[in-house]
Structures are given as C-alpha cells and as structure tokens.
Design a protein around this ligand. Structure first.
Ligand code: AP5
Ligand code: MG
Length: 215
C-alpha cells in the first residue's frame, strides 16, 4: 500500500507517519530527512541547507529525483509512506506518472494550533525523536526521556520562518488538495481529510480506521 501525508507545517505528518509505519510495517520516506542526508552532494547545485533553514522549498527536480530513487529501492516493495512529498503540483504530476498512490491523508488544523506546535517542537537530533514543550515525557528540563540528553529546536521553527512556511504552504502545497480531490472522485486513489487538531492518539485512531485497522 502506498500512502501520502499532506498538510501544513506542524500538523503532525511526521508524528502520524511514524505511528502508522510502526503499525502497518511499511517504511516512511521523509523528504526533509532525505534532503538533509544528501546535503553535501546537493549543496553544489543549490544551497539546500540555507533554503531549508529559511523555510523555502527546494527545487522540484532535485526533490523528485531523490524521492523516486528511494521508491525504486527494494525496501519499498511492500509499499511506502510519503511524508513531505509531493509539495507542489509539479511534484504531484510527476509522482502520478511514476507510481500508483492508494491513500492520501490530508491533515488540517487551524493556523494558531500549527504555530504553537512548531514553536514548541523539540528534537532529539541523534535519534530523530520529536517532542513538544507540552510533552509530559521531557519534563521541565526538556531532556530526551531515554538518553537524558538535551533537545534541540529546528532552525526553521522560529516564529518568523514558521509564518513564511505557512504562506508558502498556502500558495504552493494547498492546491494539491483540490488535485487529489479530483483524483479521488475519478477513483484513482482515496483522499481522507482529517481534523488533526485533536490529540495524537485520536488522530492515529482515525487514520487506522480508514486503513480498516483498529488501534
Ligand atoms: P518538513 O520537515 O517536511 O517540514 P513541514 O512540512 O513544514 O512539516 P513539519 O515537519 O514542520 O511538521 P509535521 O507536520 O511533520 O509535524 P510534526 O509531526 O513534526 O520540510 C522541511 C523543509 O524541507 C521544507 O521547508 C523545504 O525546505 C524542504 N522540503 C521538504 N520536502 C520538500 C519537497 N517535497 N519539495 C521542496 N522542498 C521540500 O509535529 C509538530 C509538533 O507538533 C511536534 O512537536 C509534535 O510533537 C506536535 N504534535 C503533532 N501532532 C500533535 C497533536 N495531534 N496534538 C498535539 N501536538 C502534536
Ligand atoms: Mg515533519
């Protein structure tokens, strides 16, 4: 099964794709993770690191090639979950030509919810574990619960850059919802629109329900 998570910054795409991946045992392809892993090779073409920290989108061609090269690998044979791709109409059209997608989960939440989540996000860089200042698990000192190491803040999670990312999302990524609504009506895939302002557990249960699984 091939699944896409689409939605604004901070809506919970990374959080939910991880939970779903663990349950249905299908790998995640995270576009930002792949970009960061390839930063040294890519930076000869575009200053990828700076663009990401500034909240700008990376060139369609670069991202598409990277993602497709992952999809072609053996580990994606049972299916895959895309987190952060496609993000423009160009990327979606290329993906349509390349692979059949079964399910699109469009997660949405109000702007103030998204801003609060992003400003409060904390990362354990070595493991990639993601928390929030509101997470009971990290305590007042904001340490990784497993290693007790300090947590970091993503450079693009400052209030100024978050606002810019939301603007870019609205102009370049949001039109994908209409694209996939049309595809869904045609029967080429199924689009589910999920209110992601509820708790992490609640959202997960709803996603599993659409996958015909109980949590
Ligand atoms: P990317 O990392 O994909 O950033 P994003 O889309 O802005 O999304 P985020 O990762 O910030 O949010 P999320 O929805 O994953 O939320 P999360 O689960 O972490 O991309 C970064 C950059 O890479 C882009 O700006 C661009 O430069 C480049 N890039 C990537 N893909 C590209 C592409 N296809 N084309 C071009 N450029 C590309 O949750 C956020 C916080 O909220 C966490 O603290 C979490 O604990 C908390 N939380 C989550 N769900 C809930 C909930 N239900 N209730 C309460 N708290 C919650
Ligand atoms: Mg993410």
């Amino acid at each position: 099964m091939n699944i896409i998570f689409i939605g604004p910054p901070g809506v919970g795409k990374g959080t939910q794709s991880l939970l779903i991946s663990k349950t249905i045992k299908i790998p995640i392809i995270s576009s930002s993770k792949i970009l960061k892993e390839n930063i040294n090779t890519l930076s000869t073409m575009q200053n990828v690191s700076k663009e990401i920290n500034d909240g700008k989108l990376i060139n369609d061609n670069i991202v598409t090639k990277l993602i497709f090269s992952q999809i072609e690998k053996k580990f994606c044979k049972p299916g895959f979950i895309l987190d952060g791709f496609p993000r423009t109409i160009i990327q979606a059209k290329e993906l349509k030509k390349f692979k059949k997608i079964d399910i699109i989960f469009y997660l949405f939440a109000k702007k103030n919810v998204l801003i609060d989540r992003l400003i409060g996000r904390r990362i354990h860089v070595p493991s990639g574990r993601v928390f929030n200042v509101n997470s009971f698990a990290i305590g007042e000192k904001q340490l990784d619960p497993l290693t007790k190491e300090p947590l970091s803040i993503r450079k693009d999670d400052s209030k100024k850059i978050v606002k810019k990312r939301l603007e870019i999302y609205n102009s370049l990524t949001k039109p994908l919802i209409e694209f996939y609504r049309t595809e869904s009506i045609r029967g080429t895939c199924k689009l589910y629109e999920i209110n992601a302002s509820k708790t992490i557990e609640h959202v997960k249960t709803e996603l599993l329900h659409h996958l015909n699984l109980n949590s």
